[in-house]
Structures are given as C-alpha cells and as structure tokens.
Design a protein around this ligand. Structure first.
Ligand SMILES: [Zn+2]
Length: 504
C-alpha cells in the first residue's frame, strides 16, 4: 500500500511544502527513509515507531519506505515525525486515507505518542493558506499560531492516538480565530521610559523625531555619559503601532527561532541591541541551515548598535548591503534564503577613544587618533546614515528637573501626523516612508526651487558628500517639511537636513 501526506519545512523565514510518501510492501521487514534528509530527520524513524507502538497500535512486520520530496531540497525540520506517522498509518489502512487529503501535518512525536511543539508553525500556516491547503493540523501547544491566520482551517492535536481517532471520525479539534487588531491596540500602552525625562537634549530629540518620522537611519555621537543609549532606548516610545500584517510578518520570524512567547505574537515593534562582541553571522544571519540574524529580528523596528566603534570592522561592513536592500540573501548549495531586514538603523559612538573630542580641555587624542577612530564608522557605514545627532553633556542643575522639553507623547503626535502625510503621498507607489523613496523618484517627491538647488550644490562640494549622501539630504528635508506640514521643501528644512550630515 502507498500513501502520501503533506508537511512543510522552513528555509530562512519562509515555509515551503514537502510531500511525505509511505510505501508498505511484503518482503523482509525494514524501515528506510530517503530524500536528502538531515540527521535529526533520520532519527525520526525510531521516534515514530516507538510513538505508534506506545499508542497501542501494532505495526505488522513489513518493508516500509518513507520518501520526502522534492528530493533536491535538503530537509532539516523537526516537524516531520507526525506526517511520517500519519503517512505510514494511512498506508497500513489504520487512518482512512481520504481524511488526509488537502491537509498539512506538522509536529514532533514523543516516545509516548504525545505531539510536541515545533518552531515555525506561523509561517507554515501562512504558506498553507497561500497555497490553498484545506487545513493544517498543528501540535496543541502551537495552536495560538494557527489562531491568527484567517482564511485557513487549523486543528490542534495533543497525542497521536487522539489524532487518529478524530481524523477517522471527522471530529478534529478546531482552533478558534483571534482578531489581532484589538490585541495590538491594548498592547500599545505607555512605557516607563519617556523623552520628557531626557534632559537638555532638545536638539538630539528633534533629530530623533525627524529620523523616526521618515524611518531614517540615525547616528548619535557624543561624550560618554551624555545620554546616547538613553536617547536610543526611548525610541520605542515614539514608534507607531504595528498593523496586523506587520505583526504577522514580524511574528513569523520569531516563530522560526522558537522565540514567540506562549500564546502571544510580537505585539511591539522590535528593538534589538546586540553587544559589540557579536559576530557577523549573529548580526546578519547565516549557518548551514540559514537562521535569521539580529537585522532580521529587528524587521519593522529598530536595530541599535551602541558603541559602534567597538564592533569589529568586518561585522559593521556586513551591514552595508542588507541595510540598503532591506533584505538579506543567504545562499547555500541546494537553496537560497531571502530574509527581510527592513529596520531603522541606530548607531551610537563616542567621538574619539577618550570620548571628549572636540572639547580640547578634556580630550588628549591627537587629530590622527580622532580621524582613525571615526574612520572605523565613516568608511563602511556612514553612507547609510541619514541623520547624525550630537548629544550634549548636561549641567548638573538640569538633571534635577522633572519632565523637560518634548515628551514622548508630543513627539508621537507630530510623528503620526507626518507619517499620515507620507502614507497619502505614497499611496500608489508601494512605499511608506520618505527614506524609501527610490533615486529615480527623487525629483517627483523632493523637488527644490532653484535657489535651494544652488544651496545644496554648495553644501555637496563643501562637505565632500557622495551622491548617496546628496539624496539622503533631500529625503530628510522632505521629512522635516512633512513634520512642519509644509507642501514644499523650504530653506530652513534644507538647512536643517544639511546640518544632520555633518557633525563637525
Ligand atoms: Zn579624545
């Protein structure tokens, strides 16, 4: 007897369908598995046989062949135990073969027959809906991930014997659907951090507001203890709420690495702050079975590199392409993984080794030392930065005040207004923020009057800007104009944007 059922595997953060075939014939009893399998899938044989036996089902001694196709792709996941067991049991006639049609099975088996949680259920359900599967059967502990995918029937099962019975009797346990919109609204609440508590940094706060409004990459530069990290860590308090689609897009990444909290999605925009000892693989992703790195975990949120000068140069360099392309492609022998990386990059650095440049009373670095220190950032990544913001050391008297200057609530309101202008502008273009304007569309969205063109050309020469830097100034000026609710880019908007390119 022969049967086949569907399952799925993950590459990067995408799921794709896998067909599991079982053939049972006479001859010497054996159990063979083929189809370019990783060692953990080969071990499935023992788990599946023990799980079936311990579910009080006798397997007659037969020659069993299991094939996972397409054969050209290397399979790695741990979720194949359940589909292998289901395929085998339907080939043996224990499960009614018709009941498995159009369904996708995913789950790991314990020796006692219980079905264990696996990673990547959310992207698998999303893929199943897209590919037109009738339903998906997931482990009970993964039920929540099935509850948020609309337009797809999802059933959960706790044990193999329970699943066999409910399949044969058409009494599968449906997972009820959850509307994520209200859940996201409830989660979008106040935090203990607030820009109102960051004193005497109105200029840096203004720069941060501009950066967030247009989703521009940002660099803080200032002396140690001047509040660079604090400024960055407050950014989540002014980010807008994620849409349901964004929530699913981000949550599926966390599902793949098993980092979704129990019965929850990722409800806030991610804020990732890897340590400076991190490797390039941890930052941009990789491995023989490509796993997402920090830049993908920061998708739709913020990637913050504190003390960026302390990172290894090649680690920083590795960010260049993904930051520009908003995604990362990792190629392996049999396949390619493309992972999303659409995040706002925020960096913080001291201006020199001792940290006090340009205050010559305190800084003892030579000009060459300062240049060398900054070259580590300037060379590889400065071109990807849209806004440089200096943080000032604050006199002690200012620190005793309560709320000071712009609060997070005020900034959030201004940002929301500027972002709704951008949404309206880009309705037909398929982008959301000014930072995403393509080079060929710059003249359409960021037109300058002639005197302002001259002004920008002078700045271009004076500050030795690159072409990329030139366009970044225009995009930032567009965001500043939006914050001021001005239709045209005015001189003061352009001057402010130019001032963000040059910190000294
Ligand atoms: Zn110094």
């Amino acid at each position: 007897m022969f049967s086949k059922v569907f399952s799925a595997d993950i590459c990067g953060v995408d799921a794709y369908p896998i067909c599991v075939e079982a053939d049972v014939s006479g001859g010497l009893p054996s159990f063979n598995m083929v189809g370019l399998l990783s060692s953990e899938i080969r071990e499935a044989r023992d788990r599946v046989i023990r799980a079936i036996t311990n579910s009080q089902i006798d397997i007659p001694p037969r020659r069993v062949t299991i094939n996972l196709s397409p054969a050209s792709l290397r399979k790695q996941g741990s979720g194949f135990d359940l589909p292998i067991a289901v395929a085998l049991l339907s080939a043996l006639g224990i499960i009614n073969m018709e009941k498995t049609e159009g369904r996708l099975f995913i789950g790991e088996l314990s020796l006692d027959g219980s079905i264990n949680k696996v990673n990547g259920v959310l992207p698998i359900c999303m893929m199943a809906r897209q590919q037109g599967f009738k339903s998906v059967i997931v482990p009970k502990d993964n039920a929540f991930e099935g509850s948020v995918v609309n337009g797809l029937e999802v059933y959960s099962a706790g044990t193999l014997s329970e699943l066999i019975e409910s399949l044969n009797k058409d009494s599968l346990n449906p997972v009820s659907k959850i509307d994520l919109g209200p859940v996201l609204d409830r989660a979008y609440t106040e935090s203990s951090l607030d820009y109102g508590l960051v004193k005497g940094q109105e200029k840096a706060k203004r720069a941060t507001m501009v950066a967030v409004a247009g989703f521009h990459n940002l660099l803080y530069i200032g002396a140690p203890g001047s509040g660079k990290s604090m400024m960055a860590r407050c950014i989540p308090t002014i980010l807008n709420r994620m849409s349901v689609e964004e929530c699913l897009e981000v949550s599926r990444i966390y599902s793949v690495i098993g980092k979704l909290k129990d019965n929850s999605m990722v409800l806030h925009r991610p804020f990732r702050a890897p340590h400076h000892t991190t490797t390039d693989t941890a930052l941009i992703g990789g491995g023989s079975n490509p796993r997402p790195g920090e830049i993908t975990l920061a998708h739709k949120g913020v990637l913050f590199l504190d003390e960026v000068g302390e990172f290894k140069r090649d680690v920083i360099e590795s960010l260049r392409i993904p930051i520009e392309q908003k995604s990362i492609v990792i190629s392996r022998v049999s396949r390619q993984a493309r992972m999303p990386a659409d995040c706002m990059l925020v960096l913080a650095t001291n201006p020199c080794k001792c940290g006090f440049y340009p205050d010559r009373r305190l800084c003892r670095c030579t000009d060459a030392d300062v240049a060398h220190y900054m070259s580590k950032i300037k060379g590889p990544i400065m071109d990807r930065i849209d806004i440089c913001a200096g943080t000032a050391r604050v006199e002690a008297s200012r620190l005793s005040e309560e709320m000071d200057g712009m609060t997070s609530e005020y900034m959030r309101g201004r940002i929301a207004a500027a972002q709704s202008i951008q949404r309206e502008r880009f309705r037909d273009v398929g982008i959301s923020y000014n930072s995403q304007i393509r080079q060929e569309d710059i003249d359409i969205f960021c037109p300058l009057k002639d005197p302002l063109k001259d002004l920008l050309n002078k700045a271009y020469k004076k500050f030795n800007m690159t072409a990329r830097g030139y366009y970044k100034v225009l995009k930032v000026a567009r965001t500043i104009a939006d914050l001021e609710e001005s239709r045209d880019i005015q001189k003061n908007h352009l001057l402010e944007a130019i001032s963000y390119r040059n910190i000294y």
